[in-house]
Design a protein around this ligand. Structure first.
Ligand SMILES: Cc1cc2nc3c(=O)[nH]c(=O)nc-3n(C[C@H](O)[C@H](O)[C@H](O)COP(=O)(O)OP(=O)(O)OC[C@H]3O[C@@H](n4cnc5c(N)ncnc54)[C@H](O)[C@@H]3O)c2cc1C
Length: 392
């Protein structure tokens, strides 16, 4: 039997987040816009922590973090539903109690120094694989780590590293065996900022909280005990980090699209031209209709990919499909909603242009549209994935 309904518990959790977004986050929206227009961060770090603590008091902490680390250990489907609710606002909020999935490969001693403080929110991580010459083609990385006594010495440059400006430590990927390359010759290192790497902010079109950094490693000496996992297994870890929840990115966009179309519909009903609301015009109705169809399709692609994760299936194909569809269609939808708002859509008085800039990133990071298509096509051509989807 195919069952598309939520259980009572799932509905309760989803509704709790929906209320939290409406009660705690949406009222902050005008102030977030005002600050961003003045070149400041939408939410200060203290405000974010205060909101996270408020959610924690209600038991909302570490959505997918294992219970033994104080988290809720919710399913992928639940995490997707929560992300969609958070996506309904542009207030840059995320629940606390989170750590990067690959930090769970840390040994006991590393867990104390890196994993636990990251979950607690007292230390901040960043993930660095991309380099000026290695983005989509991540296997082409050139940063090197050379063994020297009890240390490794890292040299190279990383770019576009989210959180790289504030991070206390970086999970950086470097070549430790040139011959083996990505097949056993790349290693992940946990490198504290005070070991000597430098970061330089990169200005982007999106909102400031997304601002990435270039990281420079100039003879940075790292003790051998800071290798994460095994020497040589870094590329696998990097792919695990990137694949940790590709469905969560389009899930967030799904919520944003729902809200945007609601705003567009509301505006269309109230804006009159030539003696009638623009909502009466077929040109506008079709934009709303196409958006509603795409939102519905996206919802099921996201939930289906998340469901495959929960079933322990190989969900990579479904996740690539959800990411590609979400990225391309969210961008079409925000463009239509901007169009419905006419000149007002192009101003900074409304949040539409902010969403327009923010959603554009979805087509680029964590696998561009083209790279998702490449993966999907390869799976189909090689017979790794059935066009019948999860039903076979
Ligand atoms: C705001 C932001 C945050 C980011 N955060 C991080 C982070 O935290 N950590 C990190 O390591 N990286 C991060 N990235 C890097 C991001 O993952 C890369 O930008 C992305 O993978 C694309 O790589 P690239 O920019 O080098 O583009 P390129 O790989 O040079 O691609 C350029 C264009 O060519 C296309 N292309 C490339 N190869 C093919 C092909 N085989 N077939 C068809 N088309 C192709 C691409 O799709 C793209 O359109 C971030 C990027 C941004 C913009």
């Amino acid at each position: 039997m195919v069952d598309f309904s939520l259980s009572d518990t799932e509905r309760d959790i989803r509704d709790w987040v929906r209320n939290f977004v409406q009660r705690e986050l949406m009222p902050l929206e005008p102030e977030v816009l005002r600050r961003e227009r003045a070149g400041q961060r939408g939410l200060t770090k203290d405000e974010l922590v205060e909101l996270q603590n408020k959610a924690k008091e209600a038991g909302f902490w570490g959505v997918q973090t294992p219970e033994e680390y104080g988290g809720m250990n919710l399913s992928a489907v639940m995490a997707a539903l929560i992300e969609a609710e958070l996506g309904r606002t542009y207030v840059p909020f995320r629940f606390g109690g989170y750590a990067d999935n690959i930090l769970y490969y840390a040994n006991e001693e590393q867990k104390q120094r890196y994993l636990l403080p990251t979950i607690e929110g007292t230390r901040k991580s960043c993930f660095a694989i991309t380099e000026p010459g290695a983005g989509s083609d991540a296997k082409n990385l050139r940063t090197t780590a050379v063994r020297d006594g009890d240390d490794w010495v890292i040299n190279g440059e990383k770019t576009f590293i989210t959180g790289g400006i504030d991070a206390d430590f970086v999970m950086v990927f470097a070549v430790t065996d040139r011959e083996k390359g990505a097949n056993g010759g790349v290693t992940c290192f946990l490198v504290d900022r005070d070991m000597g790497w430098k970061s330089e902010p990169i200005d982007i079109m999106g909102p400031d909280e997304r601002q990435p950094a270039a990281l420079v490693f100039d003879n940075v000496r790292v003790p051998a005990e800071n290798v994460l996992g095994e020497v040589g297994n870094g590329f696998g870890l990097a792919m695990q980090w990137i694949g940790r929840g590709r469905y969560l990115l389009p899930a967030r966009a799904l919520g944003s699209c729902e809200r945007l179309v609601e705003m567009g519909a509301e505006y269309a009903k109230n804006r009159e031209t030539f003696g009638a609301p623009i909502a009466d015009r077929q040109a506008i109705q079709w934009m709303i209709a196409d958006s509603a169809v795409e939102i519905e399709a996206l919802r099921w692609l996201v939930l289906q990919a998340a469901w495959q994760v929960d079933q322990g299936m190989d969900s990579r194909h479904a996740q690539s499909i959800a990411k590609l569809f979400g990225a391309t269609h969210a961008n079409q939808i925000v463009d239509r909603v901007l169009q419905i708002h006419g000149g007002m859509g192009y101003t900074k008085e409304l949040p539409v242009e902010r969403w327009y800039r923010d959603l554009r990133l979805l087509r680029i990071f964590e696998g561009t549209d083209e790279i998702q298509r490449r993966t999907i096509a390869r799976n189909v051509l090689k017979g790794h994935a059935s066009l019948g989807g999860a039903l076979g």
